[in-house]
Design a protein around this ligand. Sequence first.
Ligand code: ATP
Ligand code: ATP
Ligand code: CA
Length: 219
Amino acid sequence: MSKQYAVIGLGRFGSSLAQSLTQEDNEVLGIDINEERIEENREAVRHGVIADSTDEQAMKSLGIRNFDVVIVAIGDNMQASILSVVVLKELGVKHIVAKALSKHHGLILSKVGADDVVYPERDMGQRIAQKLMSPSIIEFIKLSDEYSIEEVRISANITGKSLIELDIRARFNVNVIAVRYSNNSVKISPEPDYRLKEDDVLVVIGKNDDLKELEKFNA
Ligand code: ATP
Ligand code: ATP
Ligand code: CA
Protein backbone atom coordinates (compact mmCIF):
# COMPACT_ATOMS: atom_id res chain seq x y z
CA MET A 1 0.00 0.00 0.00
CA SER A 2 1.44 3.36 -1.01
CA LYS A 3 1.18 6.22 1.44
CA GLN A 4 -0.39 9.61 1.05
CA TYR A 5 1.99 12.53 1.28
CA ALA A 6 1.49 16.28 1.26
CA VAL A 7 4.50 18.45 0.43
CA ILE A 8 4.19 22.08 1.45
CA GLY A 9 6.51 24.47 -0.40
CA LEU A 10 7.61 23.48 -3.89
CA GLY A 11 11.02 25.17 -3.97
CA ARG A 12 14.03 23.20 -5.18
CA PHE A 13 13.97 20.82 -2.22
CA GLY A 14 10.19 20.41 -1.94
CA SER A 15 9.62 19.88 -5.66
CA SER A 16 12.43 17.35 -5.92
CA LEU A 17 11.00 15.48 -2.94
CA ALA A 18 7.44 15.60 -4.31
CA GLN A 19 8.61 14.39 -7.72
CA SER A 20 10.55 11.48 -6.27
CA LEU A 21 7.61 10.39 -4.13
CA THR A 22 5.33 10.62 -7.18
CA GLN A 23 7.72 8.56 -9.31
CA GLU A 24 7.61 5.83 -6.68
CA ASP A 25 3.82 5.60 -7.11
CA ASN A 26 2.74 7.36 -3.96
CA GLU A 27 -0.22 9.70 -3.70
CA VAL A 28 1.32 13.16 -3.45
CA LEU A 29 -0.33 16.53 -3.01
CA GLY A 30 1.87 19.58 -3.60
CA ILE A 31 0.88 22.75 -1.79
CA ASP A 32 2.34 26.20 -2.43
CA ILE A 33 1.22 29.75 -1.78
CA ASN A 34 2.67 30.71 -5.15
CA GLU A 35 0.63 29.70 -8.21
CA GLU A 36 3.72 29.61 -10.46
CA ARG A 37 5.28 26.87 -8.35
CA ILE A 38 2.16 24.74 -8.75
CA GLU A 39 2.21 25.31 -12.53
CA GLU A 40 5.92 24.42 -12.82
CA ASN A 41 5.29 21.09 -11.12
CA ARG A 42 1.98 20.19 -12.77
CA GLU A 43 3.43 17.35 -14.87
CA ALA A 44 5.76 15.88 -12.28
CA VAL A 45 3.54 16.07 -9.20
CA ARG A 46 0.03 15.94 -10.78
CA HIS A 47 -1.97 17.01 -7.70
CA GLY A 48 -1.29 20.56 -6.66
CA VAL A 49 -3.18 23.28 -4.82
CA ILE A 50 -2.48 26.91 -4.14
CA ALA A 51 -2.83 27.47 -0.41
CA ASP A 52 -1.19 29.18 2.54
CA SER A 53 -0.07 26.52 5.01
CA THR A 54 -0.19 29.01 7.90
CA ASP A 55 -3.94 29.34 7.31
CA GLU A 56 -5.58 26.80 9.60
CA GLN A 57 -8.94 26.93 7.85
CA ALA A 58 -7.35 26.37 4.45
CA MET A 59 -5.40 23.35 5.72
CA LYS A 60 -8.48 21.94 7.41
CA SER A 61 -10.55 22.14 4.24
CA LEU A 62 -7.81 20.25 2.35
CA GLY A 63 -8.27 17.42 4.85
CA ILE A 64 -4.59 17.70 5.75
CA ARG A 65 -4.95 15.45 8.80
CA ASN A 66 -5.84 12.50 6.58
CA PHE A 67 -2.38 12.41 4.98
CA ASP A 68 0.07 9.85 6.36
CA VAL A 69 3.01 12.26 6.20
CA VAL A 70 3.09 16.03 5.72
CA ILE A 71 6.43 17.61 4.82
CA VAL A 72 7.00 21.32 5.44
CA ALA A 73 9.61 22.24 2.83
CA ILE A 74 9.48 26.00 3.36
CA GLY A 75 12.97 27.23 4.14
CA ASP A 76 13.73 30.89 3.79
CA ASN A 77 10.57 32.16 5.43
CA MET A 78 11.26 30.83 8.90
CA GLN A 79 8.17 32.35 10.39
CA ALA A 80 5.92 30.62 7.84
CA SER A 81 7.76 27.34 8.35
CA ILE A 82 7.30 27.40 12.14
CA LEU A 83 3.72 28.59 12.01
CA SER A 84 2.85 25.89 9.48
CA VAL A 85 4.11 23.19 11.83
CA VAL A 86 2.05 24.70 14.66
CA VAL A 87 -1.08 24.64 12.49
CA LEU A 88 -0.49 21.06 11.28
CA LYS A 89 0.07 19.87 14.84
CA GLU A 90 -3.08 21.64 15.97
CA LEU A 91 -5.05 19.88 13.24
CA GLY A 92 -3.77 16.48 14.37
CA VAL A 93 -1.42 15.56 11.51
CA LYS A 94 0.13 12.19 12.43
CA HIS A 95 3.62 12.62 11.03
CA ILE A 96 5.16 16.03 10.37
CA VAL A 97 8.56 16.35 8.70
CA ALA A 98 10.06 19.83 8.50
CA LYS A 99 13.07 21.31 6.73
CA ALA A 100 15.35 23.46 8.86
CA LEU A 101 17.99 25.90 7.69
CA SER A 102 19.86 26.08 10.99
CA LYS A 103 20.19 24.35 14.33
CA HIS A 104 18.04 26.96 16.05
CA HIS A 105 15.38 26.73 13.41
CA GLY A 106 15.38 22.93 13.80
CA LEU A 107 15.14 23.14 17.57
CA ILE A 108 12.07 25.35 17.35
CA LEU A 109 10.45 23.08 14.75
CA SER A 110 10.88 20.12 17.12
CA LYS A 111 9.48 22.08 20.04
CA VAL A 112 6.34 23.08 18.17
CA GLY A 113 5.63 19.53 17.06
CA ALA A 114 7.72 18.40 14.07
CA ASP A 115 8.29 14.63 14.38
CA ASP A 116 11.34 14.73 12.11
CA VAL A 117 13.56 17.66 11.25
CA VAL A 118 15.75 17.47 8.14
CA TYR A 119 18.72 19.62 7.14
CA PRO A 120 19.15 19.02 3.41
CA GLU A 121 21.86 21.63 2.81
CA ARG A 122 23.95 20.45 5.77
CA ASP A 123 23.48 16.76 4.90
CA MET A 124 24.32 17.26 1.23
CA GLY A 125 27.45 19.16 2.19
CA GLN A 126 28.58 16.26 4.40
CA ARG A 127 27.72 13.72 1.73
CA ILE A 128 29.55 15.50 -1.04
CA ALA A 129 32.57 16.06 1.23
CA GLN A 130 32.74 12.30 1.83
CA LYS A 131 32.56 11.59 -1.88
CA LEU A 132 35.27 14.10 -2.69
CA MET A 133 37.61 12.64 -0.09
CA SER A 134 37.10 9.03 -1.06
CA PRO A 135 36.08 8.41 -4.65
CA SER A 136 35.60 4.69 -3.96
CA ILE A 137 32.68 5.54 -1.69
CA ILE A 138 29.47 5.67 -3.64
CA GLU A 139 26.96 6.07 -0.88
CA PHE A 140 27.35 7.05 2.72
CA ILE A 141 24.78 6.92 5.48
CA LYS A 142 25.65 8.31 8.87
CA LEU A 143 23.92 6.23 11.58
CA SER A 144 25.33 8.17 14.53
CA ASP A 145 28.47 10.16 15.27
CA GLU A 146 30.27 6.86 15.62
CA TYR A 147 28.73 4.48 13.05
CA SER A 148 28.03 4.59 9.31
CA ILE A 149 26.98 2.43 6.39
CA GLU A 150 29.01 2.82 3.20
CA GLU A 151 28.89 1.48 -0.32
CA VAL A 152 32.45 0.88 -1.42
CA ARG A 153 33.55 0.22 -4.98
CA ILE A 154 36.19 -2.47 -4.70
CA SER A 155 39.68 -1.83 -5.99
CA ALA A 156 42.07 -4.11 -7.83
CA ASN A 157 43.58 -5.01 -4.42
CA ILE A 158 40.44 -6.81 -3.45
CA THR A 159 39.10 -8.12 -6.76
CA GLY A 160 39.21 -11.89 -7.00
CA LYS A 161 39.48 -12.47 -3.26
CA SER A 162 36.81 -13.96 -1.05
CA LEU A 163 35.49 -12.41 2.14
CA ILE A 164 37.21 -15.21 4.08
CA GLU A 165 40.54 -14.46 2.46
CA LEU A 166 40.13 -10.77 3.09
CA ASP A 167 39.11 -11.51 6.67
CA ILE A 168 37.33 -8.17 6.73
CA ARG A 169 35.42 -8.61 9.98
CA ALA A 170 38.41 -9.68 12.05
CA ARG A 171 40.90 -7.31 10.44
CA PHE A 172 38.84 -4.15 10.24
CA ASN A 173 35.98 -4.80 12.66
CA VAL A 174 33.63 -4.01 9.78
CA ASN A 175 30.68 -6.12 8.61
CA VAL A 176 29.78 -6.68 4.97
CA ILE A 177 25.98 -6.65 4.92
CA ALA A 178 25.52 -6.98 1.17
CA VAL A 179 27.25 -7.10 -2.20
CA ARG A 180 25.81 -5.15 -5.12
CA TYR A 181 26.70 -6.70 -8.48
CA SER A 182 27.40 -4.72 -11.64
CA ASN A 183 23.87 -5.51 -12.92
CA ASN A 184 22.58 -3.73 -9.78
CA SER A 185 21.13 -6.85 -8.17
CA VAL A 186 21.91 -7.16 -4.49
CA LYS A 187 23.00 -10.17 -2.47
CA ILE A 188 22.21 -9.72 1.21
CA SER A 189 24.49 -11.57 3.64
CA PRO A 190 26.90 -12.82 0.95
CA GLU A 191 28.48 -16.25 1.34
CA PRO A 192 31.91 -15.88 2.94
CA ASP A 193 33.57 -17.81 0.10
CA TYR A 194 32.08 -15.62 -2.65
CA ARG A 195 34.92 -14.22 -4.78
CA LEU A 196 34.55 -10.52 -5.40
CA LYS A 197 34.41 -9.48 -9.03
CA GLU A 198 35.44 -6.29 -10.75
CA ASP A 199 32.68 -3.65 -10.40
CA ASP A 200 31.17 -5.31 -7.33
CA VAL A 201 30.16 -2.91 -4.59
CA LEU A 202 30.48 -3.82 -0.92
CA VAL A 203 27.85 -2.50 1.48
CA VAL A 204 29.61 -2.27 4.83
CA ILE A 205 28.64 -1.17 8.31
CA GLY A 206 30.98 -0.21 11.09
CA LYS A 207 32.64 2.46 13.16
CA ASN A 208 33.78 5.45 11.16
CA ASP A 209 37.43 4.93 12.14
CA ASP A 210 37.29 1.26 11.19
CA LEU A 211 35.65 2.10 7.87
CA LYS A 212 38.49 4.52 7.15
CA GLU A 213 41.01 1.72 7.69
CA LEU A 214 39.13 -0.45 5.22
CA GLU A 215 39.12 2.44 2.73
CA LYS A 216 42.89 2.78 3.05
CA PHE A 217 43.32 -0.92 2.44
CA ASN A 218 40.96 -0.82 -0.54
CA ALA A 219 42.59 2.27 -2.08
P1 ATP B 1 14.61 25.76 -1.72
O1 ATP B 1 15.55 26.25 -0.67
O2 ATP B 1 14.04 24.38 -1.45
O3 ATP B 1 15.14 25.88 -3.08
P2 ATP B 1 13.32 28.24 -2.14
O4 ATP B 1 14.57 28.90 -1.67
O5 ATP B 1 12.96 28.35 -3.60
O6 ATP B 1 13.35 26.71 -1.70
P3 ATP B 1 11.75 28.75 0.17
O7 ATP B 1 11.67 30.12 0.69
O8 ATP B 1 12.58 27.79 0.90
O9 ATP B 1 12.10 28.84 -1.36
O10 ATP B 1 10.26 28.23 0.06
C1 ATP B 1 9.91 27.07 -0.65
C2 ATP B 1 8.52 27.24 -1.20
O11 ATP B 1 7.61 27.42 -0.12
C3 ATP B 1 8.33 28.42 -2.14
O12 ATP B 1 7.87 27.94 -3.39
C4 ATP B 1 7.27 29.27 -1.44
O13 ATP B 1 6.35 29.84 -2.36
C5 ATP B 1 6.58 28.27 -0.55
N1 ATP B 1 5.93 28.89 0.62
C6 ATP B 1 6.43 29.87 1.39
N2 ATP B 1 5.54 30.20 2.34
C7 ATP B 1 4.44 29.41 2.19
C8 ATP B 1 3.20 29.28 2.85
N3 ATP B 1 2.88 30.02 3.91
N4 ATP B 1 2.33 28.35 2.40
C9 ATP B 1 2.64 27.57 1.32
N5 ATP B 1 3.79 27.66 0.66
C10 ATP B 1 4.69 28.57 1.07
P1 ATP C 1 22.66 27.63 0.80
O1 ATP C 1 21.64 27.47 -0.31
O2 ATP C 1 23.83 26.70 0.65
O3 ATP C 1 22.08 27.60 2.16
P2 ATP C 1 22.54 30.47 0.81
O4 ATP C 1 21.19 30.38 0.15
O5 ATP C 1 22.62 30.89 2.22
O6 ATP C 1 23.29 29.08 0.61
P3 ATP C 1 23.96 31.53 -1.47
O7 ATP C 1 23.37 32.74 -2.12
O8 ATP C 1 23.80 30.25 -2.16
O9 ATP C 1 23.45 31.53 0.04
O10 ATP C 1 25.48 31.81 -1.22
C1 ATP C 1 26.29 30.96 -0.43
C2 ATP C 1 27.44 31.74 0.14
O11 ATP C 1 28.24 32.25 -0.91
C3 ATP C 1 27.03 32.93 1.00
O12 ATP C 1 27.71 32.89 2.23
C4 ATP C 1 27.46 34.14 0.20
O13 ATP C 1 27.92 35.19 1.03
C5 ATP C 1 28.60 33.60 -0.63
N1 ATP C 1 28.76 34.27 -1.90
C6 ATP C 1 27.82 34.62 -2.81
N2 ATP C 1 28.36 35.25 -3.88
C7 ATP C 1 29.68 35.33 -3.65
C8 ATP C 1 30.78 35.89 -4.36
N3 ATP C 1 30.62 36.49 -5.53
N4 ATP C 1 32.00 35.78 -3.80
C9 ATP C 1 32.18 35.16 -2.63
N5 ATP C 1 31.19 34.63 -1.90
C10 ATP C 1 29.95 34.71 -2.39
CA1 CA D 1 16.46 28.40 -0.28
